[in-house]
Design a protein around this ligand. Structure first.
Ligand SMILES: [Zn+2]
Ligand SMILES: [Zn+2]
Length: 297
């Protein structure tokens, strides 16, 4: 079977409401300490809400193999089944919450005005400055999960989760691992002209040099201000703490020490290289392939 055939089979398996209900019931059982997992046929049928036993058995059998494993203790999700169920739970394919533009705390990293607004729709979250009109960041966030964070703690809770999620994605991408599919990413520095030739949704506006990462497997393309690439480097974060520079507690789109062009110097053209200054005495160098080196100070 080719990879395409296997993928088509995987979609076909989940293309039925009872099978979706079974995957969700297994995910719920996995997350619920009160429910045995692996889960018995009877418990799973009850939780999936399929009344006719023969119908339930038929659809469960169809999932066993690719998505579900049958063990001596009952049924459990295999990794592809867990991924499919988690995507359904995140509402990637169904829910469509939206809000904004809504005023949010923090100063613009470019003009230092407290005029930031967040908006969310069609699975993308953006933070923009209504004074200088720059988009500070724009990145996808799963809709069902966005709805859950909004219900729990409003826009503040969603922005906190968004900050954590995107930082972790930056860290993976800068290290050459795709945050979407775990495939290999090619990493590089690029000027704004190079960067705008591609999809540049994560870059934010107003930066001369970007860090870019392209996935060889799924085509995922990330572009971020070169300063944000340093957030992936634990030594830089430790150095910043040592220098009294807050890179951790404020959201990544509000880090003027790292993201602003005033703190970025181009130190090589071929290959492109740059330095980013943390303060007047401390700079960090970024190579053409996004390796970070610290000059002795
Ligand atoms: Zn601004
Ligand atoms: Zn990928």
């Amino acid at each position: 079977m080719s990879g395409d055939d296997a993928a088509a089979d995987a979609f076909a398996l989940a293309g039925n409401e009872h099978r979706v209900a079974i995957l969700r019931a297994l995910l719920d059982a996995h997350a619920d300490p009160e429910t045995p997992y692996p889960t018995s046929f009877a418990t799973l049928r009850e939780r999936a809400g399929v009344d006719v036993s023969a119908q339930f058995a038929y659809h469960l059998d169809a999932l066993v193999g690719a998505f579900v494993a049958k063990t001596g203790d009952g049924y459990r999700l295999r990794y592809p089944g867990w991924k499919a169920a988690a995507a359904l739970a995140a509402g990637t394919y169904t829910d469509q919450p939206a809000f904004g533009p809504t005023p949010v705390p923090g100063e613009c990293a470019h003009c230092r005005t407290a005029a930031l607004h967040a908006s969310y729709g069609d699975a993308w979250l953006a933070v923009a400055c209504h004074d200088c009109e720059r988009v500070l960041t724009r990145y996808p966030f799963p809709p069902g999960a966005a709805g859950a964070h909004l219900d729990d703690g409003g826009v503040d809770a969603l922005l906190a989760a968004f900050d954590d999620r995107v930082r972790s994605h930056f860290a993976l991408a800068v290290d050459g691992v795709c945050p979407e599919c775990a495939g290999r990413m090619q990493t590089a520095l690029a000027t704004v002209d190079d960067a705008t030739a591609n999809q540049t949704d994560t870059r934010g506006d107003g930066h001369a040099i970007h860090a870019v990462a392209d996935c060889e497997t799924c085509g995922n393309h990330l572009t971020l201000p070169v300063g944000c690439a340093l957030l992936a480097d634990p030594r830089t974060l430790a150095l910043a703490v040592d220098r009294g520079v807050d890179l951790v507690d404020r959201p990544y789109w509000c880090i003027p020490q790292l993201v602003g062009d005033a703190h970025v110097d181009r130190t090589g053209d071929s290959p492109l290289e740059a330095t980013v200054s943390l303060d007047a005495d401390t700079t960090v160098a970024v190579t053409a392939t996004l390796d970070v080196t610290h000059a002795a100070n």
